[in-house]
Design a protein around this ligand. Structure first.
Ligand code: GAP
Length: 578
């Protein structure tokens, strides 16, 4: 059985995750986390929060998942968040046309970048057929399909909305308030963990491509001219980098460089992106990603999202495929500028100059007693247009008359009636639109990667066992407590030990069913790092046996020492050191 098939079987049987709504035939692209999976995902999110919110000094918010259409008009998702589809006239199945081309044509890795017309030509040239029924697709049109789930806000259709396709927009639209919260000081970072929705054409590979998923995103707002990341903190962190250049070279491969070396060699062009690549390595290690199956891959030029100026993906290898688990994008001022353009709010921040500056400003002070009678209701608009023109092109006022356009119509005004002048003004600063650097983590893909990378099997006492080598901080259960037998008071002692460990803050499970070996196997399979067995032996006081999942080693300690011992184990000690 392949590793992904083995994991899928384990995930379903032991309550990590399974396809949703199976009682009603299932719904492709939706998964439910069972008790083990929900606990694992929560732990992983807590570790993310710990790293990217608490340790890096950022803040977190929680925004709605439904947002009005205007937000996505501004963000570009309404126009640009499309996939190429082709529908088979024979069987009605819909497929990603770019994926069909990539599968059929050697050397094409990113067919989407070629555009619908060229992809249509390639479908014809290569005689590509419908994967579902085998019919020729040459005659079928290639269409753009928007991935957002639409809805109506309130009754009727007057107020269209969408389920957010990324949590980021919930942060960007609130920038006018967030900047005040940050006391108008850059840089500052705002994080969010929440659901995102994409009506994927072909959901696949379990949690990898689903229609509802969790993102953990950090939007780092910076002044691009002044703010530098504290790069020294991560300068020596080693990054496995698969650059765009290496991808284009037949002998190209992953190179390990420190953050500092990657910047000096120009492999990573942006300091903030490099900083977050460095900060994230520790997080991937903490959650249990196998770093031999991990790399950072730079986007090829045609691959970048509509908003991204530079982008790297963190990828994990799963069942022979490299899967993007995080996108690191330099989004420049794209989002804030767009929301400023489409809304009535200010998405800028005031940047104080070191010294006040004296600047020349072209201004107008139109003679309204002339404009009013001459142009009637258009006079105010003409005055505004004159003001804008003076700011833009003062040479337009060089002649005797100046012409401005209003709603497509030209209006000519004598310059002497415009009150045009060039004045010296002292300015304390200027308004700037911050730039955004964004690490965007897909939580479900991380959960899936951790499960696959930690899943293994070996033989213990002549019996095959399956285990998850989960780090204690991620494991759904930290300690399982067993009485050797559910009698003679051992069960009461075990229950009270479990209770005590719970009050100490550990995730604890109690199990008295089946033989002890079977109970160990059950816990190994769901990744519980420690088991405590209560037996009859009371040599030198009230004692228990502690067993470690990975080595299966056991040691006997005083019951009174148990909470401190578990704490040491979780912090990295092994049972032989207790
Ligand atoms: N705000 C940026 C953004 O949304 P993205 O690369 O489209 O960027 C970020 O998504 C992460 O979200 C990806 O790296 C991936 O881990 C996760 N993701 C995206 N689409 C997904 C899907 N259909 N199913 C599961 N995870 C997905």
């Amino acid at each position: 059985m392949s590793e992904t098939a083995a994991l899928a079987e384990l995930a379903k049987r032991r309550g990590f995750f399974f396809a949703s709504n199976e009682a009603y035939g299932g719904t492709a692209g939706f998964y439910t986390y069972g008790p083990e999976g929900a606990a694992l995902k929560r732990n992983l999110e807590d570790l993310w929060r710990d790293r990217f919110v608490r340790e890096l000094g950022n803040v977190e918010l929680e925004a709605p998942t439904v947002m009005p259409e205007a937000v996505f008009e501004a963000s570009g998702h309404l126009d640009g968040f499309d996939d190429m589809i082709v529908e088979c006239a024979e069987c009605g199945a819909t497929h990603r046309a770019d994926h069909l081309v990539e599968d059929a044509v050697a050397g094409i890795e990113d067919a989407e970048a070629l555009g619908t017309e060229r992809v249509g030509e390639l479908v014809t040239e290569h005689g590509i057929v419908c994967p579902s029924c085998g019919a020729e697709l040459a005659e079928e049109p290639i269409e753009e399909f928007n991935l957002m789930f639409g809805t109506n806000i309130g009754p009727g259709s007057g107020s269209p909305g969408y389920l957010r396709p990324e949590t980021a927009q919930g942060i960007f639209v609130e920038f006018p308030r967030l900047k005040e919260y940050a006391r108008n000081q850059l840089p500052f970072g705002v994080a969010q963990i929440g659901r995102a929705y994409r009506n994927e054409i072909s959901p696949r590979r379990a949690l990898v491509r689903v229609r509802e998923f969790t993102q953990a995103e950090l939007e780092q707002f910076i002044d691009p001219e002044r703010d530098e990341p504290p790069i020294d903190r991560v300068a020596d962190v080693e990054l496995p980098l698969y650059s765009a250049a290496a991808q284009g070279d037949i002998d190209g491969s992953v190179e390990t460089r420190t953050v500092r070396e990657a910047l000096d060699a120009g492999i990573v062009g942006n300091e903030w992106v490099a900083y977050y690549l460095g900060c994230s390595i520790e997080f991937y290690e903490r959650i249990g990603i196998d770093m031999d199956r991990f790399r950072y891959r730079q986007h090829l030029p045609g691959e970048r999202a509509h908003y991204a100026a530079d982008c790297w993906d963190a990828e994990t290898e799963l069942g022979g495929n490299w899967i993007e688990v995080t996108g690191f994008a330099y989004r420049s001022d794209y989002d804030l500028s767009k929301h400023a353009e489409y809304s009535d709010e200010s998405f800028t921040l005031f940047r104080q100059y070191d010294e006040p500056k004296t600047v020349e400003r072209a201004v107008v002070d139109p003679d309204m007693s002339y404009l009013g009678p001459e142009f009637g209701g258009d006079a105010a608009g003409i005055a505004e247009a004159l003001d804008a023109l003076a700011g833009r092109d003062r040479s337009a006022f060089d002649g005797d008359t100046v012409t401005v356009e209003l709603d497509g119509e030209g209006y000519t005004i004598p310059v002497e009636k415009t009150g045009f002048a060039v004045e010296e003004q002292t300015e304390a600063g200027e308004h700037i639109t911050p730039h955004v650097v964004e690490p965007s983590f897909g939580v479900d893909r991380l959960v899936y990667s951790v499960l696959i990378h930690t899943h293994g099997s070996d033989v213990v006492d002549g019996e095959e066992r399956s285990f998850l080598e989960l780090p204690p901080a991620v494991a759904p259960t930290t300690v399982a407590v067993f009485p050797l037998m559910a009698k003679d008071g051992l069960d009461d002692r075990a229950r009270s030990i479990a209770e005590r460990l719970r009050t100490e803050g550990f995730e604890v499970t109690y199990d008295d069913t089946g033989n002890i070996g079977r109970r160990y196997r059950r816990q190994d399979e769901v990744g519980t790092p420690y088991c405590v067995t209560v037996d009859y032996e009371t040599v030198d006081g009230d004692t228990v046996t502690v067993r470690e999942r990975d080595s299966t080693e056991q040691t006997r300690i005083l019951t009174a020492d148990l909470p401190a011992a578990i704490e040491r184990l979780v912090a990295g000690a092994s049972v032989s050191e207790l």
